[in-house]
Design a protein around this ligand. Structure first.
Ligand code: PAF
Length: 283
């Protein structure tokens, strides 16, 4: 496994692999790796000959007062995990390597970037799209792997690839959960013992919506209210949104049935903001 810090080194290493006819996969991460990330690495390894992982806490996707400084960082642990997974290249640029001091051009995520997470975190998806577009340009992967836990991010990256004709296939992978249903996230490390228990409320709320949908409740407002009720019953939790939306447009639905639906929640547990989502099957 090679750790590379410069764009040129990555381009050269990937270029050599390409000349040998290898299929290249990229898994973009911000480090603080957990089993969710490792499931993306495994999916990437199964479908490619050269696996590149980027580890970069991207400053441009954090807003003022958000957790950029506090975001967990443990590169040695990440490297050990990636080595054990048989990764080929770990790209670990600094912000100075990624961004020119006078950088000006960014990728506008459009309407999809203004709802849900985008409404609470106004420049977040412009930062995500810009860094992901840059990683695609530096690495030039055939395939790129993202988790469904960040469902809106996955949809926006797919849309960016479509709208900007980027030559990469984006692959979404299922959310990996703890035994009690909590979606794995690097931010779970912020939770105290009590908060960790309370954090199961996100999955419990989503399961409530899923159960109603399976029981043929078609009114999205009923599902939304039911999710809020579950979250409101948890004293350490404060709901940001609990919504049933169209999977593609992420616009709120009035009724289930037309198109695929997704329940999405964002909840503050103490000072930690967590998100999760679940597909709603209509039978
Ligand atoms: O999901 C993440 O960890 C980040 O948003 C990503 C895709 C690595 C871009 O910085």
């Amino acid at each position: 496994m090679e750790r590379l810090g410069s764009k040129d080194e990555v381009r050269q290493a990937v270029g050599e692999a390409r000349r040998e006819g290898k299929r290249v996969a990229l898994v973009p991460t911000m480090g603080a790796l957990h089993d969710g990330h490792l499931s993306l690495v495994e999916a990437a390894r199964e479908r490619s000959d050269l696996v590149v992982i980027s580890v970069f806490v991207n400053p441009t996707q954090f807003g003022p007062g958000e957790d950029f400084e506090a975001y967990p960082r443990d590169l040695q642990r990440d490297m050990d995990l990636l080595y054990a997974e048989g990764v080929d290249i770990v790209f670990t640029p600094t912000p100075e390597v990624m961004y020119a001091p006078d950088a000006q051009v960014t990728v506008d995520p459009g309407l999809l970037g203004s709802v849900l997470e985008g409404a609470s975190r106004p420049k977040h998806f412009a930062g995500v799209c810009t860094v992901v577009a840059k990683l695609f340009s530096i690495v030039g992967p055939d395939l790129a792997f993202f988790g469904e836990k960040d469902f809106q991010q996955l949809g926006i990256v797919k849309r960016m690839v479509l709208d900007l004709d980027l030559p990469v296939k984006v692959v979404g992978c299922p959310t990996v959960r703890e035994c009690d249903g909590l979606a794995m996230s690097s931010r779970n490390a912020y939770l105290s013992g009590d908060e960790r228990e309370a954090a199961t409320v996100l999955y419990r709320a989503l399961c409530r919506a899923e159960k109603l949908a399976l029981g043929r409740e078609g009114d999205a407002r009923v599902l939304q209210e039911a999710m809020r009720e579950v979250i409101d019953a948890e004293s350490l939790a404060e709901v940001d949104y609990a919504i049933v939306a169209d999977e593609t447009t992420l616009q709120p639905l009035e009724r289930l049935g037309a198109g695929r639906a997704r329940a999405l929640v964002a909840v503050r547990i103490g000072s930690t903001r967590l998100i999760d989502n679940l597909a709603l099957e209509v039978v």
